[in-house]
Write a protein that binds this ligand. Structure first.
Ligand code: TYD
Length: 209
């Protein structure tokens, strides 16, 4: 039997949009179809990157400058890519990742300062890889924020920045979807989870063909 081709799918969107629930649902669907799946997340996803994650998500919102934060996210991503994502794709697996480089483009590149050139240069040097398919879960930040903060976990460094920040993020993700229609699909996440999952699976089905 020939090995299937690896497929790299990422979920993106503002905090509290339901990415992790949808990532799990897509993983289960892929496995039911006989594919080997690696379900992972950023920041984190490998032992070293999970350690860097703690530096990023805990503490005061102004703990790092935008540049330092971008370096930390990129360091975590590089480790995750080397040790988890790239080997899994080479082995023909489906890798489903909750956030990837688009989060850095939008959070550090646009919403937290004008650092897009810095972000893009670092990505070109240290990461290079883009997903085969990116599912952007779009929803009203007011709804998402009420959900996100309800989950208080000690990891609220970004959520604590409020509604105006989340609205900037949403605009950033919408702009990204428009700029990269070949890779990105925009999904209305303000609906029942089952309806969102149906759209997620339809997009994945297309990519798996
Ligand atoms: P995550 O665990 O996905 O949080 P949530 O489940 O609330 O969406 O990510 C933690 C925070 O890190 C989140 O607010 C988004 C932010 N983030 C960035 O700012 N840049 C990045 O490159 C990534 C991957 C995440």
């Amino acid at each position: 039997m020939t090995q299937p081709q690896g497929l790299f799918i990422t979920f993106e969107g503002i905090d509290g949009a339901g990415k992790s629930t949808q990532a799990r649902a897509l993983g289960a669907w892929c496995e039911a179809g006989g594919r080997e799946v690696v379900l992972t997340r950023e920041p984190g996803g490998s032992a070293g990157a999970e350690e860097i994650r703690r530096l990023l998500v805990e503490g005061a919102p102004d703990r790092w400058s935008g540049e330092t934060e971008t370096l930390l996210f990129t360091a975590a991503r590089r480790d995750h890519l080397e040790r988890v994502i790239a080997p899994a794709l080479e082995a023909g697996k489906v890798v489903i990742c909750d956030r990837f480089a688009d989060s850095t483009r939008v959070y550090q590149g646009a919403a937290r300062g004008e650092l897009r050139a810095f972000v893009d240069t670092l990505h070109a040097l240290a990461i290079q890889r883009e997903p085969d398919l990116t599912l952007i879960l779009d929803m009203d930040p007011e709804v998402a924020l009420s959900r996100g903060l309800a989950r208080r976990s000690g990891e609220d460094r970004f959520e604590e920045e409020g509604l105006a920040f989340q609205q900037k993020l949403r605009a950033g993700f919408l702009a990204l979807a428009e700029a990269e229609p070949g890779r990105c699909r925009l999904i209305d996440a303000g609906r029942a989870p089952e309806a969102i999952t149906a759209d997620v699976i339809a997009c994945a089905q297309e990519a798996l063909r």
